[in-house]
Design a protein around this ligand. Structure first.
Ligand code: PDD
Length: 280
């Protein structure tokens, strides 16, 4: 059975959803996106994802493609029509269809597209063993706080990681880890969780935001500061977060084991706390 996807107000079989070759998303990467998890048929952290979408759109002077209620209904309807109880909903807004010209065209309707992906998020085999990461240079642009669909640097980074047998690439700039190609990065040392502070250098992760609040509620200290790859190698534990991995233990960096090379106790507890909150 083919997926039902969403395009500009219509729910269609995926083969029938077609976009013009003159869409600016296609030839400029002129668009923004969000990925929201679904667990037990319910959207996880939906409100903050939409707050971040609102910010990305404003930073690029792009209008909302529909009302906020309509976009929520699109997410719920897609999950329902595709019978998604666990997985992801990807949505993107591109500036729309226009003759190729670098400056933003005026008053054109944006293009809204969304689709579902089935994925085992809670009982993920990777979460049981932990994953490997490799460090790679951060070659991205300087507005990484905007969730742009232009992800070529991240695709190249993930490919490099994958060829090295790793799950993720941790990008490094000026000697410090920025973030993963599609996730936020953390280390744990002497009971404290360390993660890079928010700035234009990284995407403000929604899982990060929720986890920081949950950690505070459960008396786990999260310190926001820069850390290097050497510090990560010497850490007791490491993990990454994203809507598609939740809290994922990292057990090896550049071939060096982290701590016991098994998911650590603080990481395991934070994953548990996050999952409980996602399912609540
Ligand atoms: N990526 N940093 C980057 C560069 C990301 O692409 C992502 C998410 C994150 C984590 O953000 P969040 O917790 O809001 O998912 C951090 C998504 C999952 C993706 O592109 O598929």
């Amino acid at each position: 059975m083919s997926r039902i996807v969403h395009l500009n107000g219509a729910f269609l079989p995926e083969q029938e959803a077609k976009v013009s070759i003159f869409d600016r998303g296609y030839y400029f990467g002129d668009g923004v996106y969000e990925v929201t998890a679904v667990v037990d048929g319910k959207l996880v952290d939906y409100a903050p994802h939409m707050e971040r979408l609102d910010r990305s759109l404003r930073e690029l002077s792009m209008p909302w493609p529909c009302t906020k209620d309509e976009l929520r209904a699109v997410h719920e309807e897609l999950a329902k029509r595709n019978g998604i109880t666990e997985g992801l909903i990807y949505m993107q807004v591109t500036r729309g269809v226009a003759e190729r010209d670098f400056a933003f065209p005026k008053n054109i309707p944006s293009t809204l597209m969304a689709f579902t992906q089935v994925k085992a998020l809670v009982d993920s085999p990777n979460a049981k063993t932990g994953v490997k990461v490799v460090s790679i240079p951060d070659i991205r642009w300087k507005r990484r706080d905007i969730k742009s669909i232009a992800l070529l640097a991240q695709c190249m980074g993930k490919q490099q990681a994958s060829e090295a047998g790793a799950f993720e690439g941790w990008m490094v700039e000026d000697g410090f880890v920025t973030e993963g190609t599609s996730s936020s990065s953390y280390i744990v040392k002497e009971g404290r969780v360390i993660t890079r502070p928010l700035s234009n250098a990284i995407l403000p992760g929604i899982t990060r935001k929720s986890l920081m609040k949950l950690a505070a509620d459960h008396d786990v200290t999260i310190e926001e500061r820069l850390f290097s790859v050497d510090e990560a190698i010497a850490a007791d534990e490491a993990f990454l977060t994203s809507a598609s991995s939740f809290v994922m233990p990292v057990v090896e960096i550049d071939g060096h084991p982290i701590g016991s090379a098994k998911p650590g106790p603080i990481t395991t507890r934070l994953r548990q706390i996050y999952l409980e909150s996602a399912r609540a």
